[in-house]
Design a protein around this ligand. Structure first.
Ligand SMILES: CC(C)(COP(=O)(O)OP(=O)(O)OC[C@H]1O[C@@H](n2cnc3c(N)ncnc32)[C@H](O)[C@@H]1OP(=O)(O)O)[C@@H](O)C(=O)NCCC(=O)NCCS
Length: 302
């Protein structure tokens, strides 16, 4: 039976189920949205019990048209997942998130004839170098052969840390560079300010590229402990194709390495093939995939 909200006890049982599954799967079957919004009315819930215990849970988001589900590891391969997805047909076509894209999730998706509609990748680069190995990516010195591709830069472009007066130009470049990506491209002054108020914010780790006083691109890095992140890398469309993205990437990696990071991660949509190619060529490899499985013939879109 569909529910539009969960009681406190049901929510606790769902949390316990998700924890049990994560202990086995190594990744949570529900994302933060499903976890936080489950009592806001935008989700519909299905609970499946076996011998009075919660054995399966499905959450359908009416806002996104997507579904997340999990079956207790001790109850798998007994048809529970299939029954939950069968019931989903009463509300919507199955568009299933598979966080971690495990073989079981792929198997279930294929059982329902679903195909990969969207894939969000986590990529990682482990540093095996000393700071500076990417070349003098900010400066003027002659590159060595091994680092030449990181410093192939147009002359006259200065890379420097963020200054408060850069905010407006940075937001404009962000909006232009991510015009196809509303979540990122829609960043406004208040959103920028709130991110800059976070503990991890470091103006030196937000590297901007400036030519003749005009901000052309930026690489916003993030560092938590010894793990760095390519938080946002954006180049104005008018300045793309000049090697600036590669140069900004290298400068940010150098910054993170100098700050003591052992590895760097980033999140990227698999469909963004230019970015994925850039990251691969800089030594990043995919370590995690979240896949949205959709009915055949359906385009992406969440
Ligand atoms: C994916 C998941 C929900 C499947 O639940 P389940 O109750 O074990 O699935 P079912 O028993 O109903 O299996 C239905 C079909 O899915 C496929 N399937 C299920 N588990 C599979 C596995 N480990 N390997 C390959 N195919 C699998 C099979 O086609 C299966 O039919 P069959 O048993 O007749 O061969 C469960 O493994 C789970 O909770 N995983 C973690 C959360 C997750 O990945 N959710 C995303 C789902 S898209």
């Amino acid at each position: 039976m569909w529910k539009s909200s969960l009681t406190t006890d049901e929510a606790a049982a769902v949390d316990a189920l998700v924890d049990r599954a994560a202990g086995v799967d190594g990744t949570s079957a529900l994302n933060e949205d499903a976890h936080l919004a489950r009592n806001t009315g935008s989700y519909r819930h299905l609970l499946h019990h076996e011998d009075g215990e919660l054995a399966g849970y499905l959450a359908y988001s009416a806002d996104h048209g997507t579904t997340q589900l999990v079956v207790d590891p001790a109850q798998r391969r007994r048809g529970i997942g299939r029954r939950l997805v069968d019931q989903l047909a009463e509300l919507a076509a199955p568009r299933l998130w598979a966080f971690g894209d495990a073989p079981a999730a792929r198997g279930l998706a294929h059982h329902f004839g679903l195909v990969e509609g969207r894939a969000l990748l986590v990529m990682e680069k482990v540093f095996e170098h000393k700071p500076g190995d990417f070349g003098d990516s900010r400066g003027l010195s002659t590159p060595t052969t091994s680092t030449a591709r990181f410093v192939r830069a147009a002359t006259g472009i200065e890379l420097r840390g963020y200054l408060p007066g850069d905010a407006k130009a940075l937001l404009a470049v962000n909006a232009a560079a991510f015009a196809h990506h509303p979540e990122q491209g829609g960043l406004d002054a208040a959103g920028l300010a709130s991110r800059m108020a976070e503990d991890w914010f470091d103006p030196e780790g937000l590297i901007v590229a400036v030519e003749d006083g005009r901000l052309l691109g930026f690489h916003w890095t993030k560092r938590v402990g010894d793990v760095g992140e390519v938080y946002v890398l954006g180049v104005d469309p008018s300045a793309q194709g000049r090697g600036l993205g590669r140069r900004l990437l290298a400068a940010g990696l150098d910054h993170l390495a100098s700050a003591g990071c052992r590895s760097v991660i980033l999140y990227v949509d698999k469909a963004d093939t230019v970015a994925v190619g850039l990251y691969e060529s800089a030594g990043f490899a995919v370590i995690h995939r979240d896949v949205l499985y959709v009915p055949q013939g359906e385009q992406e879109g969440v």
